[in-house]
Design a protein around this ligand. Structure first.
Ligand SMILES: Nc1ncnc2c1ncn2[C@@H]1O[C@H](COP(=O)(O)OP(=O)(O)O)[C@@H](O)[C@H]1O
Ligand code: SF4
Ligand SMILES: [Mg+2]
Length: 324
């Protein structure tokens, strides 16, 4: 197993109280596999990813439980220096907003080249050659002429390609892409997603694709982890989830796949709002919004029930959900 997150818990201590952002997350990715992590905003997708990458904002964030096994080693037991070595070289992250992730005063070529100078000890000239190769690889047209350009001189889609190039530079084993196309136009979204999926296959990397858009994952993901209020509510191979979700929340997400003309909008079909993380409802956190909810749901937290060998659901009535 490339990455195995077990019972991860993260909270944020703020002046207003303790926000329980991650409440026992379990998911895993194998080499060459794509895991899509789905859920409305505020469900803890990014915080989980930041904990995996070791870039969590601490304080106010705090990891209060669990393990993050990467290639068999629990990252939470490593020293910061060891974490830093893994970050970049073995795992890399792609963010939603390239403009604020890239350095505005350094050319794209200099930023890409720096990866090779610092981590691989290449000369500036060789690093520059590598930078052009990478830009070609992510299909930025006229890479040789554009290597000296600054981030703001690129379009949104091209900038996102630059960030993918940065993430790929050291050929990591795992890439985490956090809503990598959300800020882009619909047509550009598809191109960037196709590129990412293609590179993932070519380089046989593990990919965690975080998104609130179920529409984009059908073609690229092997399996799906659905998050709600800081927990995984369903884990399943992608084709099984599309055939029949085993959790009412997943069902709600499927029913609210945004149409092309509404791209970029938040999900709308599930009634109500996700809970305040400082005050998560007792029992199943989804119960105030769930069409199948009954008394037991308001008192007993559902464990992850085994639906099949490759599938789990945190719903007491998953059989009912499955056949709904
Ligand atoms: N830096 C922070 N300080 C305080 N609370 C935070 C911080 N980052 C995240 N949170 C809390 O964690 C929750 C989950 O955030 P996040 O993982 O970013 O959600 P998403 O699923 O949209 O990626 C937020 O709603 C917020 O309550
Ligand atoms: S446990 Fe109850 S409230 Fe939660 S999803 Fe299942 S039926 Fe709905
Ligand atoms: Mg997020």
């Amino acid at each position: 197993m490339l990455l195995d997150v077990r019972d991860l818990e993260v909270e944020f201590r703020t002046r207003d109280g303790v926000a329980k952002a991650v409440n026992g997350v379990n998911y895993s990715v194998e080499a060459g596999q794509t895991l899509a992590v789905l859920g409305e905003s505020g469900s803890g997708k990014s915080v989980t990813a930041q904990a995996v990458m070791g870039i969590l904002d601490m304080p106010p964030g705090r990891i209060t439980g669990g393990q993050i096994l990467f290639q068999g080693q629990d990252l939470l037991t490593l020293k910061e220096e060891e974490r830093r070595r893994i970050r970049g070289a073995k795992m890399a992250m792609i963010f939603q907003d390239a403009l604020s992730s890239l350095n505005p005063v350094l050319s794209v070529g200099a930023q890409l080249g720096e990866m090779f100078e610092v981590h691989r000890g290449l000369s500036r000239k060789d690093a520059r050659t590598k930078a052009v190769e990478l830009m070609d690889r992510v299909r930025i047209p006229a890479a040789k002429d554009r290597v000296g350009d600054y981030p703001h001189q690129f379009s949104g889609g091209m900038r996102q390609r630059v960030m993918i190039a940065m993430a790929l530079a050291l050929e990591p084993d795992l890439i985490i892409a956090d809503e990598p196309t959300t800020a882009l136009d619909v047509t550009v979204q598809a191109q960037v997603m196709d590129l990412l999926a293609e590179l993932q296959r070519e380089l046989d990397m593990g990919l965690i694709l975080i998104t609130h858009d179920l529409g984009v994952v059908a073609d690229v993901a092997d399996k799906i982890a659905v998050m709600y209020a800081g927990r995984i509510v369903e884990n399943a191979p992608v084709h099984e989830i599309y055939k029949a979700p085993a959790h009412p929340y997943t069902r709600g997400l499927l029913d609210s796949i945004p149409r092309l003309d509404q791209k970029g909008q938040e999900l709308y079909a599930i009634k109500g709002l996700p809970p305040n993380l400082m005050n998560i409802p007792p029992g199943c956190a989804f119960n105030p919004r769930c069409p199948l909810a009954r008394d037991m749901c308001r008192t007993d937290v559902p464990p992850l029930y085994e639906v099949s060998e490759s599938r789990t659901s945190a719903c007491h009535f998953w059989q009912e959900a499955l056949h709904a």
